[in-house]
Design a protein around this ligand. Structure first.
Ligand SMILES: NC(=O)c1ccc[n+]([C@@H]2O[C@H](COP(=O)([O-])OP(=O)(O)OC[C@H]3O[C@@H](n4cnc5c(N)ncnc54)[C@H](O)[C@@H]3O)[C@@H](O)[C@H]2O)c1
Length: 446
C-alpha cells in the first residue's frame, strides 16, 4: 500500500476517479474543485457522476480517512507530495485545446508556493490531456509566478481510463505512462504507482504528451476505418460484422474498436483528434488523415438519419421511440453524443421524439432540444411509436424480448445504429430492420 500525500486539482470524471483510486491503494488524497456545489455534494457522501463502483469506493475511503474534498488549492497544497492537474481542456472554435483552465491552476499553484517553507519541494503532474509542450508552459508559468527559491518539477502522466469502466481501467491499466525531467520526479511517480501492477513507461514529457493524443487519435481512426468499410459493405450487400471479425482475428489488427455504428463521441475522442491535428498543423506537419477521420465520423450520423428516411419515408409527424442517449453504455456522459445531432435533425424535420436512457436523461436535458420527450422505461418510449431507433447499446436493450417490442410498436420498424440485434432474429420476427454496414431486413413491408 502507498502512503504519499496527493492533491488532485479538478474533481471531474478523471480527477474524481483517479483521486479516489489513489486513496484506495493507500495514499492520502484531497480532491479539489472550484465548483462549490460539487464539493459540497461529494463531502456529504454524494457522487456527481455515474461510474460503476465509484460511489462505494468514495464512501469507503472517506470513512478510512484517506479521501477528502476541498475548494481551496492553497489548503490542499500545504502538505502534499504531488499536485495533479486534472481540469478540463475543452476544444476551442479552431479545434485547439483550451488550456486556460490548466494555466489558471498553474498560476494558483505558483502563487501558493510562496506560503510554503523555503526548502519544500513539490511535484506538479499534468493528468489532463494536453498538446505537446504544455508541460514546458506549465513549468514556465510556475517559474514566472513563484518565488525563485522554490523547488519544483513538472511531469506528465496522461490518463487512459474509459468512462463506464473507469475504476477497473485505473486499477488494472494496460500501461502507465510518465513523462519526467528529473530522477526525483520519476522516483516519486514510481512510488505512487507501486501498488498497481502494470508496465510503466518512463519517458520525456513531450513523448508522454504525444502518447495520449496519438493513442486516442489512433483508436478514433480505427473506428472511422471500419465505418468507411461499412459504407462499402452497404453498397455491395456485404456484412461489416463478418468483415470486422475476419480482420480482428489477425492479432496485428485485434477485434477491439472495429464496431461499425454511429461513430465515436464523448468528451475525449472528438476533441483530442481535433487538438492533435491542430498542434501538428502549428508545427507545420500535414496530418490531414485526422481530418478524414472526423469527416467519416460525422458522416455516420447523417448516414443513420438517411436510414430513418429509407425506413419511414416522411419523418414529419412520425413518433420515434429512442433507446439510449449517452455517447456509449455505462456512462451518463452526453458530451458529443451522436444522439444530439440525430435527435436535433429529426425534431427539425417535424418528428416527435420519445427518448429513454437508463442514466443519461438528466444530463441530456441540457443538450437536447427542448421538444424531446423523456420517459421512464424502454417500453414507454416505443409504445405506439412508428419506429424504434437504437442510439446506445445499453445491456438492458440488448436483452429485450423482441416480440414484446413488436407488440408495443405501431409498426415493426427498427433502425439500429449500434448493430445490437441479429438480422436473422429480425427476419424471423417479421421486422423491417436497418442496421449499420449490413443488408437491411425488409420483410414484407415493401
Ligand atoms: N473523461 C474521460 O474519460 C477522460 C479520460 C482521459 C483523459 N481525460 C482528460 O482529463 C481532463 C479532465 O477531463 P474530465 O472528463 O475529468 O473533465 P470534467 O469537466 O469532468 O472535470 C474537470 C473538473 O475541473 C474543475 N476545474 C476547472 N477549473 C478548475 C480550477 N481552476 N480549480 C479547481 N477545479 C477546476 C471543473 O469544475 C470540473 O469539475 C481533460 O483534459 C480530459 O481530456 C478525460
Amino acid at each position: 500500500m502507498g502512503s504519499l500525500k496527493i492533491s488532485m486539482i479538478g474533481s471531474g470524471y478523471v480527477g474524481l476517479v483517479t483521486g479516489t483510486c489513489f486513496a484506495e491503494i493507500g495514499h492520502k488524497v484531497i480532491c479539489v474543485d472550484n465548483n462549490e456545489e460539487k464539493i459540497a455534494f461529494l463531502s456529504s457522501g454524494g457522487c456527481p457522476i455515474y461510474e460503476p463502483g465509484l460511489p462505494e469506493m468514495i464512501a469507503r475511503n472517506i470513512a478510512a480517512g484517506r479521501l477528502s474534498f476541498d475548494t481551496s488549492i492553497e489548503e490542499a497544497m500545504r502538505e502534499t507530495d504531488i499536485i495533479f492537474i486534472a481540469v478540463n481542456t475543452p476544444p476551442r472554435e479552431d479545434g485547439s485545446a483550451d488550456l486556460s483552465y490548466v494555466e489558471n491552476v498553474a498560476r494558483t499553484i505558483a502563487e501558493n508556493l510562496s506560503s510554503l517553507p523555503n526548502n519544500s519541494y513539490r511535484l506538479i503532474v499534468d493528468k489532463s490531456t494536453v498538446p505537446v509542450e504544455t508541460g514546458d508552459k506549465v513549468s514556465r508559468t510556475i517559474r514566472y509566478y513563484a518565488p525563485h527559491d522554490r523547488e519544483f518539477d513538472v511531469a506528465s502522466n496522461p490518463e487512459f481510463l474509459r468512462e463506464g469502466s473507469a475504476v477497473e481501467d485505473f486499477l488494472k491499466p494496460d500501461r502507465i505512462v510518465i513523462g519526467v525531467t528529473s530522477p526525483r520526479s520519476e522516483a516519486l511517480l514510481r512510488e505512487l504507482y507501486e501498488p498497481i501492477h502494470a508496465p510503466l513507461l518512463a519517458t520525456d514529457i513531450y513523448s508522454a504528451e504525444i502518447i495520449k493524443h496519438a493513442s486516442n487519435s489512433f483508436l478514433a481512426t480505427k473506428i472511422s476505418f471500419i465505418n468507411a468499410v461499412s459504407k462499402l459493405a452497404e453498397a455491395t450487400g456485404a456484412d461489416v460484422e463478418m468483415i470486422a471479425r475476419g480482420m480482428g482475428l489477425d492479432r496485428r489488427i485485434s477485434p477491439s474498436f472495429l464496431s461499425a455504428g454511429l461513430g465515436y463521441g464523448g468528451s475525449c475522442f472528438p476533441k483530442d483528434v481535433k487538438a492533435f491535428h491542430r498542434i501538428a498543423q502549428e508545427k507545420g506537419i500535414d496530418f490531414s488523415l485526422l481530418k478524414e477521420v472526423e469527416r467519416i465520423n460525422d458522416g455516420q450520423r447523417k448516414n443513420f438519419v438517411k436510414k430513418v428516411h429509407e425506413a419511414l419515408w416522411v419523418v414529419k409527424g412520425k413518433k420515434l421511440g429512442v433507446w439510449g442517449l449517452s455517447f456509449k453504455p455505462n456512462t451518463d456522459d452526453m458530451r458529443s453524443a451522436p444522439s444530439i445531432d440525430i435527435i436535433s435533425e429529426l425534431l427539425k424535420e417535424g418528428a416527435e421524439v420519445i427518448a429513454y436512457d437508463p442514466v443519461a436523461m438528466e444530463k441530456a436535458k441540457d443538450l437536447l432540444p427542448k421538444k424531446t420527450v423523456y420517459v421512464n422505461s424502454k417500453e414507454e418510449a416505443i409504445n405506439g411509436a412508428d419506429a424504434l431507433l437504437v442510439l446506445t447499446e445499453w445491456k438492458e436493450f440488448r436483452f429485450s424480448d423482441i416480440l414484446e417490442i413488436k407488440k408495443l410498436l405501431k409498426r415493426p420498424i427498427i433502425i439500429d445504429g449500434r448493430n445490437m440485434f441479429k438480422p436473422q432474429d429480425m427476419t424471423r420476427a417479421g421486422f423491417v430492420y436497418y442496421s449499420m454496414g449490413r443488408p437491411p431486413v425488409l420483410n414484407d413491408e415493401r
